[in-house]
Structures are given as C-alpha cells and as structure tokens.
Design a protein around this ligand. Structure first.
Ligand code: GAL
Length: 722
C-alpha cells in the first residue's frame, strides 16, 4: 500500500464546489485534526462541523487494469468519499478503517480528485452519539490513508488464529476476490527471522488448518510474533502478523495458554493535548510503552472504541493484553442506530482479529441498559466472525442479562472506607461465566496533579484497595482502573475546566502518585515513590499522619537528619504488608514526624531494600536547586508514511530529583530549526509538571527546543529529523 497522507487540502466548511476542487483551501497533512484545541476549557462545539478534505493525485504507471482502493485508517465521524465527482461511499464509524474502491471512476491519463465530506458533529444517527458522553470525540481524518493498487484477483482478507491445546496449529480463513474456480493460494508461515515454519496450499472459500510444530507461544513475557503470507501466485500477496496463543475465560478467571493470568490494567482514551486524536504512530507506540514499562500493566482496555493499529500492534509486540470494544457510551439509539452498532461489531472484528494482544471483544455499548435483542445479535455476530475469542460488554448494572461470555462490571462501590470490590456472586447471575472489573475509581475520586499530597496519596490507595480486593476470592479475571491519563470532556462531567482528572497520569503522561502504585507492581526496574514531601506546613495541625512508600522492594528503611547531624540517623524499617494480595504492597509509614511546629525541619532518607540490597533511594526535604527536567519520547523523528512527532514531558524537580508539585511555574518553549511546536509556546507546570510536542514539517534536518522558566536554568533538547 502506498502512503497517501501528503498534499491534502482542508476546509472547515464543506461545500459541493470544494468537493469539485474549486476555491481556496488550507494545505494539511494526515493525521489531521479539524481544530487544534486548548488544554483546558475546550468547547466541544469548536470541533463539531461539516468539514472537507480533498487531494489531487495521479496514478502510478501500470495502474490500468488493476483494482484501485483508498484505505482510510479512521475519519471522525461520518465520511462521504467522492472520487472525480462520483459519490462512492459513506462510512459511519469514527473509529474503524474503511476502503473505497474507485477503479470505475479512475482517470489513468490525468489528474484524479478525492474529496471527503466529514461530519464531526455529535450526529445522533450513529454511535456513540445521541446523549451526553464523558469524553470528547474530536474530528478529522486522524489515522493514515493509503492508496492500494491490486490485481483483479486479490486476497481481500486473511484471518489467522491458533487452535488446539498446544497451539501448534493455525486455522486460516481467506476472503478472496477472484474469478470463480480460481487458482490455488499458497500459504507460508514465517518466524521473526524470516525462516519458513510451514507452508500449505489452500483454495478460495475453504478454511485451512496448518500444522506448525516447534513454534513459540505468544505471552506477555515473550510476545513472539509470526507472519502468515498468503499468495495468489503472480497476482497478489497479503501478509499478516499473528501469535500462537489461546486466550480463554473460565469461571474463575483468564487463562493464556492454559496459565491463569490476572489482568492488571487501566483504561486508555486515545487523545492528546491540542491535537485530540490526530497523533502519528510514534505516539501510539509511546503510550503502549508507558503502559508496559512505566505503569507495569499487563492489560489495557481501549475505552470506548477501537484504537489505532499502531497502538494495538505495539501491544502485540510488547505483550500487553487488550480488551477492545465498539464505540458507545450509555445511550442506545433507534433502529438505524442499532444497525450501525451491529455493523461496528463486524468492522471491529474484521479489522482487528489477527492481533494476538486482543483477548476480548466488547460487544455492548459501554454502560448501556440491557437490550437483549440487540446484544444477542452483537454477540452472535462476534462469535460467528471469530470463534477464537470470548465476548463481553461493560455494564454498571448488577445482575444484568449476561448474553456474552464475560461479565465486565464497572465497580464504583469503593468510597475509601469500605471494601474495594464486590464479590462476583453479588453482581453476576452466572457463576459459571468469568467476571472482571472493567473500571473503578475514576469519578469516585477525581485527583489533580496539583491536589494536596493527602488527596494524591488517597487516589493511589483507592486504586490499591480495589486491586487488592479484586484478587481476594480468586474469582475476578482482572481489574482495569479508570484511567491512564486525564482527558478533556464535556461540561456535564468535568472539573469546571471540562477536564476529567481521573488519570493516574496527567494529560501529558506525567505521573501522579497513583502511577507509582501501578509501577510498583512490576519487577523489571526498581520503584520507590513517597507520597509526601514531609512538609508539616501542608497538613492540618502540622500532623503528617500515615504516609506511604510505593515500592517493589520488601521494606523501606527510613533515616533522618537535622542541621546538627552530618549523616542520616536510622529511624525505623517498615514492611509492605498492608495490602496482602498485591504483589508489592504500598508500605505504610506511620506518623514519622520528629519535629513540631516551631522546630527545625529534617531531611529524610528513604531506602528501598530487597534481599538486603538497597534498590532505590529518595532524599526528601533537601529542597532548593529547582530545575527543569525534560523527558523527550525520542530525539529522532522520521518523516515516513506520515509526519512524526515527539512528546516532551516536563517536570520541575528539586536538587534530589523530586517533582515539586507546587512549583506551578510558567514554562516557555522556543523551537528553532526544521520542526514546529504543537500547541502554545507557554504552559503552566500544573502540579510541577507539563509538556509540549514538536512535529516534523516535511523535510529532514535538525531542531533545538529550549525550555525555560524564570529563575531556572534553560534546558535545550536537540532533535534530529530523518
Ligand atoms: C464510567 C464511564 C467512563 C467514565 C468513568 C468515570 O461510568 O464508563 O467513561 O465516565 O465512568 O469514572
């Protein structure tokens, strides 16, 4: 497929004449958002419009006699595509890909014109629209577009899934468009090194089983991928990546390749500050990396819609387990709307079913009421199209009709002083079917990065309690917290600035205390975060009370010193027993205060100790020496199939590397060279943290980003653009 993302033109007001190629327009590149937006107080009306995109192009030599398609990764939300003035199709789902064949209207000699009329209003005819929604739905052709030139005989779709107990076989279903009775198809399975593992011939219209001895199974610890190449000799080739793995939900949990794994995850929205959904591949991969490496998750729910293949592919490669679902939020519309919801199930499954990371299909509208007629059908469609995966659907309802395989429950019952999770028997009427928590916390305890230490600590503890309690009876298959990142929303839900501060990270992917709870559940790299700056002035009556260390060590050693001491003096050791089901319990440190109001503040040393070794140290209270810490997602950007971008996460830290949440300083960005800033050239370090983004501008080169704040040393980052 040929990348088709350059030299588009855009108008925020579609007209037929624009579609005919007349009049001026703005030059844009895909991925594109119909409107760049502020960080706070987004007015959802700003991105709701009937906009237009168009692009002139000529067909490469040799196109004549072929079949010609345009493939759109996603266009939010209703896209009508015209080629050379002919209306070819309307696609009514902002979260799935679609293909338009334009062979019959193609111009092989001269110029062609593709035009897209894009409705990004909250059009009540399609999901997720029709009532209020707790997130913004943006607008734009926000995933890549491709030109696909194929033979008349072509392999339209390949579905490959492993079968059998030892997973050493695959079933392949082929969708072939050829003359009747046509040719044999050659199937080859290749490993990562490109070596042939198995080959077999197949015929159109038949499922094929291929034996593949000695393959490695895909799992989070060893996410090994294989490739299936389907070839119509001399005509067409299609390749898909897949993994050998069995994903099963049994009454007592989730099993991967016969091994029980607790799904330890968070929900992810696919939005970024300023650009909404329109981020290129590198940002999708970065989010998967953050989930896996920084948050230590083994699972993600793509709330509340299918997300970019780049994200899901990164999950395949990194070994993250994914629960994905059709677009929707509580509301179910009329008959036509329901038909579209069914169509969305078909589109989602056809498009995503080769990804080994996807283990569960969400075939209900998130948190909708029971609608047996609709959900019997969505469930039937899913099973018919994919016999290798279970279905689910997220509800806040208890005892609702479970037509799917797994009861996914948004357990918002925890209020801080009660149990963290409801037992399965109190929620599900189907003891023989699996049960999981698809959301918890979120709006029950919104927490800003600039809230007090106590509040940020409590957010982390609430996540810990739900996670811990969901593991007590061994009947929960997993637990997905709400949510990974803060996100902009409608006025009906936000904190006054139309933001939902429900993330364990802020919108720029900077960590709150709760992120450390998740990070501390993995063993790859040492974690030690302290939930307090130990400033008595920030607590009522100067009493700090119980604070927590979030660590993957066994214990924390605490020492202190005042100005009269040269070295630290040992105070006590604390062990991690409070949350006994967690792999690594947060460690409670009871009222460690040794000075009172009027006394001299101490400096504190916390050491994380595992197997008698110090794995991490935090010095708290040293203060002073504030500086800017800037963490780029990458300093190498690539103009490839689309433009590229880098995220720069910024934190104001003290001399000991602690984030200073009350250093809410103005931060200025200046970018010189062959790239441009996304968003404003100023930000406030909210909770001591903010960020910025830079993007490529169509050519290679170098760029330097200067990050400054009054009184602090300026930080410069050099980027290379290839
Ligand atoms: C759920 C909903 C999510 C989000 C969350 C906030 O009800 O599914 O989209 O709104 O609440 O806690």
């Amino acid at each position: 497929m040929l990348a088709f993302n350059e030299n588009w033109e855009f108008t925020s007001e579609w007209s037929e004449s624009f579609g005919r190629g007349e009049g001026p327009a703005e030059a844009v590149r895909i991925p594109h958002t119909v409107k760049e937006l502020p960080l706070h107080d987004i007015d959802h009306r700003d991105y709701q419009m009937i906009s237009g995109y168009r692009k002139r192009f000529t067909l490469p030599e040799g196109s004549r006699g072929k079949r010609l398609f345009l493939e759109f990764g996603a266009a939010a939300h209703i896209a009508t595509v015209y080629v050379n003035g002919q209306e070819l199709m309307t696609h009514r789902n902002g979260y799935t890909a679609f293909r338009v064949e334009f062979t019959d209207v193609a111009n092989y000699e001269g110029e062609n014109l593709v035009a897209v009329r894009l409705d990004s209003t909250e059009n009540p005819e399609i999901p997720p629209f029709g009532y209020v929604i707790d997130y913004l739905t943006y607008g734009g052709i926000y995933r890549p577009v491709y030109l696909d030139i194929r033979d008349q005989d072509l392999i339209d779709d390949v579905f490959v899934r492993s079968v059998g107990k030892d997973q050493a076989k695959v079933t392949v279903t082929l969708d072939i468009k050829t003359d009747p009775g046509a040719k044999n198809i050659l199937l080859t399975i290749l490993n990562r090194e490109g070596e042939v593992v198995a080959t077999q011939e197949a015929k159109a219209g038949e499922d094929v089983i291929i034996d593949c001895p000695k393959v490695r199974q895909w799992c989070p610890e060893d996410p090994v991928l294989y490739k299936l190449r389907a070839e119509l000799p001399g005509k067409d080739i299609k390749e898909v990546e897949f993994g050998f793995r069995a994903a099963e939900f049994r009454f007592d949990g989730f099993y991967l390749n016969g091994r029980k794994i607790f799904l330890h995850g968070l929900n992810r929205h696919q939005s970024w500050p300023y650009i909404g959904y329109a981020a290129p591949r590198s940002m999708q991969i970065e989010d998967a990396r953050i989930a896996k490496e920084e948050l230590g998750l083994n699972a993600v729910r793509t709330s509340h819609y299918p997300q970019s293949h780049d994200f899901i592919e990164a999950c395949d490669r990194m070994g993250l387990l994914v629960f994905t679902e059709i677009p929707g939020w509580q509301h179910i519309g009329g008959e036509q709307w329901k038909e579209q919801a069914k169509e969305n199930v078909r589109e989602m499954i056809r498009e995503y079913r080769n990804h080994p990371s996807i283990i569960l299909w969400g075939v209900r509208i998130n948190e909708s009421m029971d609608d047996d007629e609709l959900y019997l059908e969505t469930n039937r469609i899913a099973h018919e199209m994919d016999d290798s995966r279970c279905t689910s659907g997220v509800r806040y309802l208890e005892k609702s009709n479970l037509l799917e395989d797994v009861y996914a429950f948004n357990d918002f019952t925890h209020t801080g002083d009660n149990r963290g999770a409801k037992p399965k028997r109190e929620v599900s009427l189907e003891p023989t079917k699996a049960f999981l928590i698809s959301e918890h916390n979120g709006h029950m305890f919104p927490t800003k990065s600039f809230d007090t230490w106590e509040r940020r600590q409590e957010q982390a503890l609430r996540h810990a309690r739900v996670l811990n309690d969901s593991m007590i009876d061994g009947e929960h298959a997993g637990c997905f917290g709400w949510c990974m990142f803060d996100y902009p929303t409608h006025r009906d839900f936000g904190s006054g600035d139309r933001m939902c501060y429900h993330g364990v990270m802020d919108a720029f992917r900077n960590p709150k205390t709760a992120a450390a709870l998740y990070a501390s559940q993995q063993d790859e790299s040492p974690v030690l975060e302290i939930s307090s700056s130990m400033d008595i002035g920030d607590y009522p009556g100067g009493a700090i009370g119980t604070i927590y260390a979030f660590t993957n060590a066994d214990r924390v050693k605490l020492s202190w010193k005042d100005s009269s001491m040269k070295d630290f003096r040992f105070l006590w050791n604390c062990e991690g027993k409070t949350f006994y089901k967690l792999k690594h319990s947060p460690i409670a440190i009871d009222d460690p205060i040794t000075h009172t109001w009027g006394g001299e503040a101490s400096v504190w040393k916390f050491e994380a100790i595992k197997d008698s070794q110090v794995t991490a140290t935090r010095i708290i209270g040293g203060r002073g020496g504030l500086r800017i810490q800037a963490i780029p997602s990458s300093t190498e950007l690539r103009e490839g199939e689309t433009w590229d971008m880098a995220a720069v996460r910024i934190r104001i830290i003290d001399c000991d590397g602690n984030i200073c949440p009350y250093a809410q300083l103005p931060v200025r960005f200046e970018l010189k060279g062959d790239a441009e800033l996304i968003g404003p050239d100023m930000a406030t370090a909210e909770g001591g943290m903010c960020g910025t983004y830079i993007r490529t501008v169509g050519h290679a080169g170098k760029a330097v980003l200067s990050i400054s704040s009054p009184g602090l040393e300026t930080v410069k980052i050099e980027f290379e653009i290839f």
